[in-house]
Design a protein around this ligand. Structure first.
Ligand SMILES: NC(=O)c1ccc[n+]([C@@H]2O[C@H](COP(=O)([O-])OP(=O)(O)OC[C@H]3O[C@@H](n4cnc5c(N)ncnc54)[C@H](OP(=O)(O)O)[C@@H]3O)[C@@H](O)[C@H]2O)c1
Length: 375
């Protein structure tokens, strides 16, 4: 094993877990996935020392060996092995999705073992379900913080920043645009396919609701003049509401050309997309994740606008790196650092509630631009 890397499996654990120190240690689960591996590599480049984990012993061992990290393999249906691994770390960064299938066993293991929980979900049902564990998490002294990737750190922090500027806000628009050749990571493509039949939700008068006429399309200026944007299912309709209390929220995206056709098709064929075999077939067509070359040539722009009942309006933009891998890896590791520094309020949290609205500015070189307020 190279550079001190050490791999254990559930079947041959070689250490007494409880005797290991927890402080300063974190575990990346799903480390052989596209994002998990990218985050593990960035962590090592940044001088961090994660334990890497996943259900495939051979892949975890190879990566642990290459990066000189400790590796451990366990499946999400093996609670004893999960507990052994989690007891030895202060926080887990769960990178194995779609989360609708994977979050619960990991979050429950975190509650059993007193381990803080972070994940990269953007799935509305997952945010709702994790938030429902707020009480048990408070009792266990555990932080449950889903959504520490691009979905939802930048938009959540922007929402709280706008609320700070206009405390009377009762309407919030959030939108983002990717400029450059990078496509979506494979897990994000799979998650989108999984979510297609559910359609989009907005928050209206404090309740989640299907979009009405006129909600679907608008134009947003990300800095180069207004462009058309389309309503998308994004976690903010839950998380930004939780963070700000603003009762009307909608999320938009400037759709890249390669997504316009599939999404238009999804609307036409939505009854078909409810069938598991149809979605399984679509998942076979998932494209490889974006290369480092494409990511380096891609920038992401986020726009937020809050308005109150008297028509006062504030707006701001964030500008950051490629969203799906680079910005996500930066915010995820930023969240890990906060927790290892002792910032981990117990219970269900959003990124901005846990770490503040300026947290996004500490990750991946993101910049914020305040636009003049309108009365
Ligand atoms: N928040 C954001 O902005 C953001 C950005 C990017 C990605 N994501 C999310 O992050 C997740 C990972 O994306 P990715 O591109 O890395 O996906 P990926 O390449 O498909 O990797 C998924 C990883 O999850 C593991 N996994 C899946 N189901 C599992 C299960 N039931 N038990 C144990 N392990 C399981 C896979 O293990 P095997 O190899 O053994 O199958 C693999 O290691 C996705 O859910 C994606 O939506 C979020």
């Amino acid at each position: 094993m190279g550079r001190g890397g050490k791999t254990t499996t559930a079947g041959r654990r070689s250490r007494k877990p409880q005797s290991e120190p927890r402080a300063g240690r974190f575990l990346i689960y799903g480390a052989n996935g596209f994002l998990g591996e990218a985050i593990a590599r960035l962590a090592v480049a940044d001088g961090m020392n994660p334990v890497i984990a996943g259900r495939r012993a051979d892949r975890i061992a190879a990566l642990a060996d290459e990066l000189g990290l400790e590796g451990v393999s366990f499946a999400l249906d093996d609670p004893d092995a999960m507990d052994d691994a989690l007891r030895r770390v202060a926080v887990v960064l769960h990178c194995a999705g779609p989360y609708v299938h994977t979050w619960r066993t990991m979050a429950e293991a975190c509650l059993r073992t007193g381990t803080h929980y972070l994940d990269l979900t953007g799935e509305l049902p997952v945010f709702q379900a994790v938030a429902a564990l707020d009480g048990p998490a408070r009792e266990a002294g555990v932080m449950l913080l889903p959504g520490v990737g691009f979905d939802v750190v930048p938009t959540d922090c922007l929402a709280v920043h706008l609320r700070r500027r206009l405390p009377s806000a009762n309407r919030l628009i959030l939108a983002f645009e990717s400029r450059g050749p990078a496509g979506l990571p494979p897990g994000t493509q799979r998650t989108l396919i999984e979510l297609l039949p559910q359609g989009t939700r907005i928050r209206r008068n404090g309740e989640l609701a299907p979009p009405g006429r006129g909600d679907g399309e608008r134009r947003v200026d990300f800095g180069r003049g207004p462009v058309p944007v389309t309503l998308v299912p994004w976690g903010d309709v839950f998380t930004a509401w939780h963070s700000t209390g603003i009762p009307n929220i909608a999320d938009y995206m400037a759709l890249p050309r390669y997504l316009r056709l599939p999404l238009a098709g999804a609307a036409l064929f939505s009854p078909l997309l409810r069938l598991d075999p149809v979605r399984d077939l679509l998942k076979k067509a998932v494209l490889p994740g974006p290369s480092a070359w494409a990511r380096a040539r891609t920038r992401t722009h986020v726009y937020g606008e809050a308005e109150d009942a008297r028509g006062r309006r504030v707006a701001a933009r964030l500008h950051g790196p490629e969203a799906g891998v680079d910005w996500t890896a930066a915010t995820a590791l930023g969240a890990v650092r906060q927790v290892l520094d002792g910032i981990a309020p117990a219970g269900y949290q959003t990124p901005a509630l846990a770490f503040g609205a300026d947290f996004v500015l500490e990750c991946g070189g993101a910049e914020r631009e305040d636009l003049p307020a309108e009365d």
